[in-house]
Design a binder for this molecule. Structure first.
Ligand code: ADP
Length: 318
């Protein structure tokens, strides 16, 4: 894939007996890509392997056309990395810290200082740039991590759980920055998160991981499936029998917290003979299944597909 910025080919990583990545092959296109999965899925391990911090047991990783095993320093020089854990040096103020990170990435001292001021203003820390970073709030620590990842103007940005620990307003501002980077500044980025709304708000493409493997990947639009149809359904009767009957009829079901289920009609589902197909026919099909299963429909309403539906089905919660 010529447009991919990152690719993994049959990559396995183990920590002791724990397999964190299991023979993973996947490519990440340019643009803003979400790496989505529950905690422990292997997202951080994948980013650390791409950075060369974790050496895989087997497989090959390429970043920006460079093989990570052959060119680890070249790869790192072109990447910006916002790690999940704190990244500050106690006793240093923000501007010195970010300028220092710039120098470590190869910028001359004067350029690093100038860029440090620029990126600190960009992330909203302009006023606080001479403060000791130890006195920073969690939200400010997240922002300074983004600033140090941007200081050397990288070709590709890795953001690991960038909204962790932030209050709702800070979170919104962080997502706004990420969106601006991706959509207005043309920065290629990979955003690792277990939070669907974060990915949905900022990314065009998503790779879903679960238990060290790729569960699914594609554009957000394609994954939601413009032609797949979703309905909210509530029934009275034996729900398990109804769910089994729906699945036997080729429909997918996901539970929600309430007693309302989400029923998915795949694009390939056939309309009854002699009918063009559509929401009305889908609803009739669901009613027929309920009748056959001895259940009464109490609520049946068309809904819009969400990324949450995709996620729930991809990681087998459906
Ligand atoms: P995620 O970023 O999706 O939360 P991680 O890559 O951090 O997932 O972790 C994947 C799995 O590897 C988890 O089961 C985790 O407990 C394990 N793991 C991660 N880092 C280490 C480590 N340094 N030593 C041992 N096990 C680890």
């Amino acid at each position: 894939m010529s447009e991919s910025v990152v690719s993994l080919d049959k990559v396995t990583v183990t920590y002791g007996k724990q397999q964190a990545l299991r023979n993973v092959s996947v490519a990440f296109p340019k643009g803003a890509v979400g790496l989505l999965g529950p905690n422990g899925a292997g997202k951080s391990t994948m980013l650390k392997s791409l950075l060369g911090f974790v050496v895989p047991d087997s497989g090959r990783l390429d970043v920006l056309g460079l093989n990570v095993a052959d060119k680890p320093l070249e790869v790192r020089a072109r990447l910006g990395y916002m790690p999940e854990s704190d990244a500050i040096i106690p006793g240093m103020n923000a501007v010195s810290f970010v300028a220092y990170c710039g120098q470590l990435s190869g910028l001359p001292k004067a350029d690093a200082m100038q860029r440090a001021h620029e990126v600190l203003y960009y992330v909203g820390l302009g006023e606080a740039r001479y403060r000791n970073t130890e006195t920073y709030s969690t939200g400010m620590k997240q922002r300074i991590k983004l600033a140090q990842a941007l200081v050397h103007d990288p070709d590709l940005l890795f953001l690991d759980e960038p909204t962790n620990g932030m209050d709702p307003k800070g979170r919104e501002e962080m997502l706004e920055l990420i969106r601006d980077l991706a959509h207005n500044k043309g920065v290629n980025l990979i955003l690792s998160s277990h939070l669907l709304p974060d990915v949905e708000y900022t990314c065009d493409y998503v790779v879903v991981m679960d238990k060290g493997a790729i569960a699914t990947s594609g554009t957000v639009e394609a994954l939601k499936g413009p032609s797949g149809r979703v309905f909210e359904v509530r029934v009275k009767g034996d729900v398990n029998v109804f769910v089994a009957a729906l699945r036997a009829a080729g429909l997918d079901v996901a539970d929600t917290d309430e007693d309302v289920m989400r029923v998915f009609v795949p694009a390939s589902a056939k309309a009854p003979a002699g009918r063009p197909g559509g929401a009305g026919d889908d609803q009739r099909m669901i009613c027929d299944v309920a009748r056959g299963a001895g259940a009464q429909i109490r609520h049946l309403k068309p809904s819009l597909p969400t990324l949450e539906d995709v996620f729930a089905r991809a990681i087998g919660e459906a």
